[in-house]
Design a protein around this ligand. Sequence first.
Ligand code: ACO
Length: 203
Amino acid sequence: MKLGPLQVAAGTVALRPIRLRDAGEWSKARLHDRSHLEKWEPSAPGSWADRNAFLSWPSQWAALRSLARRGQCLPFAITVDGAFAGQITVGNVIRASLRSAWVGYWVSSKIVRGGVATAAVALVADHVFTVGGLHRLEATVRPENTPSLRVLAKAGFREEGLFRRYLDVAGGWRDHLCFAITSEEIGDGLVPRLVASGRAEYA
Ligand code: ACO
């Protein structure tokens, strides 16, 4: 399954399922981007180099795929002009009367500020509200993460409140702002809205 493509300033953005053979590009980007990524990501045991080594991708890929097979997660690679450029993951998919999930993302420092993450969020949101049958999509962001706050504002998410000491990130319990959007707020879709605003074009 492929979502997109959408044309933004940085190039042509598409989403596709993560692959085992993403190991090389994934590891290269993440080892290069430690200072860009580590301060926003959940704390984890082991060094950055070990956790993001080529050989640590197969187990992460397998764990995400296993959750995806059970319908609990949608793990996508973000590609720009066909090349691996980051990840966007819909996680903790709950069905029944909640029908909710969270979304998280990162984009290589080499192509930031070009509209890639906003396009990826719009593509994934439209997918989960249509094919995915969800009612609510949530994103939690550290108040200091200006670029990510901007992504969610551009995509059309609404701020719901502050979660105190919510998540163990970069070695400490960090406050997070909670943003969300529900199916009633989607209208004709976030992608059409992004295109109408001039921030993206259909490729
Ligand atoms: N100060 C102010 N604004 C900034 C700054 C800054 N330092 N850096 C970027 N921006 C703005 C950009 O100008 C742009 O806004 P604009 O279109 O109005 O000019 C916006 O932030 C970024 O929008 P995009 O270009 O769509 O996003 P991008 O592809 O650059 O990716 C992302 C943003 C994903 C946050 C990237 O910077 C990244 O990977 N950061 C590290 C990991 C991370 O923080 N992930 C998000 C965690 S929170 C979550 O997942 C819900």
